[in-house]
Design a protein around this ligand. Structure first.
Ligand code: SAH
Ligand code: SF4
Length: 344
């Protein structure tokens, strides 16, 4: 990723007029150019000298798979130190192009149903490595999508590998890059950070002047069940978590979303739906029920009728519910299936 500061400073130092920096940023972030030699307004000698100093991306593409329907693209990125992460582009029919980014290599929180958790924590990503995943898919769309209404990334979700709030600073820096109107220009209200319930992160986010959305992976309405498959629940107890979320809503006046992955015979009963409704009723929130993407971890998807039943109970308590459309299952691109088995 070419940083605004770096390119501007370089031009100043070399006595290159500052409009060149603007042309370059425009070419990479707005026009989908993928190389300095593709920037025809730039004289040859400048193309060469910039090209020698500024790599376009902080990673290489190791593998890429496109789902049968062409609506999901999963890319395995190889970082400079050889570590692998994955990003996923989801192209919805309503012109939404959403990129699911990784924020860490692996994840140390080891939720029992999540494939990423089996890797353990390897390292944090830098802001640049996070934003590069989005820029990569923005270029991908420019190259592969003819329809101009559909050739930009316009939504970003932090739901790939890793726990974003255990890499708070770099995640927030990457949000600034994604937001910058001179760069990708993605509206903050189209960016969602998902946490498994790291309370200090929720408290910090409440203090930020930003419009990004907060999603909380709740997955169970009581402490006993939650800590059975989410070890993080032992460190950040459910009652303290709910308190932090209420404080967040009060401070920001923003609606939060609760994610609830529907695990067959584990958390999908009608009683648990009622318990969840009582726990969050009255909050400015909505619930996103996630059909479980089966992995080798021994959990099963609750199935349509159980999910519908769960939804109806929540709705009877006036809680808005959506059921996630799961794309890309044929290429193991759905959340929680990333990077473990690079050969789908
Ligand atoms: N670590 C953060 C963000 C990444 S996980 C978090 O846990 O919120 C993004 C979402 O995918 C979480 O809600 C997570 O519980 C869910 N998830 C993990 N494995 C999944 C799977 N196999 N199928 C469906 N959702 C899964
Ligand atoms: Fe980590 Fe989120 Fe997976 Fe849990 S669900 S192991 S927090 S990535």
């Amino acid at each position: 990723m070419i940083s605004k500061q770096a390119i501007t400073a370089y031009c100043k130092e070399k006595g290159i007029p500052s409009f060149r920096a603007k042309q370059i940023l425009h070419a990479f972030y707005k026009e989908g150019r993928r190389n300095f030699t593709e920037i025809s307004v730039l004289p040859r000698d400048l193309q060469k000298s910039f090209g020698g100093v500024f790599p376009i991306f902080s990673f290489e593409v190791a593998r890429e798979v496109v789902s049968q329907t062409g609506d999901t693209i999963k890319t395995l990125f190889k970082l400079h130190d050889g570590k692998l992460i994955e990003g996923v582009l989801m192209r919805f029919r309503d012109n939404r192009n959403s990129v699911c980014v990784s924020s860490q290599v692996g994840c140390g929180l080891k939720c029992a149903f999540c494939a990423t958790g089996t890797m353990g924590f390897i390292r944090n990503l830098t802001a640049e490595e996070i934003a590069d995943q989005v820029l990569y898919f923005d270029h991908w769309l420019k190259k592969n999508e003819k329809n101009k209404l559909r050739d930009r990334v316009n939504h970003v979700i932090f739901m790939g590998m890793g726990e974003p709030f255990l890499n708070y600073e770099e995640v927030m820096k990457s949000v600034k890059i994604l937001n910058d109107p001179d760069l990708l220009g993605i509206a903050a209200r189209h960016i969602t950070v998902s946490t498994s319930g790291v309370i200090p992160g929720i408290e910090k986010l409440a203090q930020e002047k930003t419009q990004i959305n907060l999603a909380i992976s709740i997955h169970a309405p009581n402490q006993t069940l939650r800590e059975k498959f989410m070890p993080i629940a032992k460190a950040y107890k459910l009652d303290a978590l709910i308190k932090a979320i209420k404080a967040y809503i009060q401070k920001t006046h923003r609606r939060v979303s609760y994610e609830y992955v529907m695990l067959k015979n584990i958390n999908d009963s009608e009683n648990l739906a009622r318990e969840l409704a009582k726990l969050i009723k009255g909050q400015q929130c909505h619930v996103n029920l996630i059909p479980y993407n089966e992995t080798y971890l021994g959990f099963s998807n609750a199935g349509k009728s159980r999910i519908d039943g769960f939804r109806e109970i929540l709705e009877s308590f006036d809680i808005p519910v959506t059921v996630r459309v799961s794309l890309g299952q044929d290429i193991s691109a759905a959340c929680g299936q990333l990077a473990i088995n690079p050969k789908p």
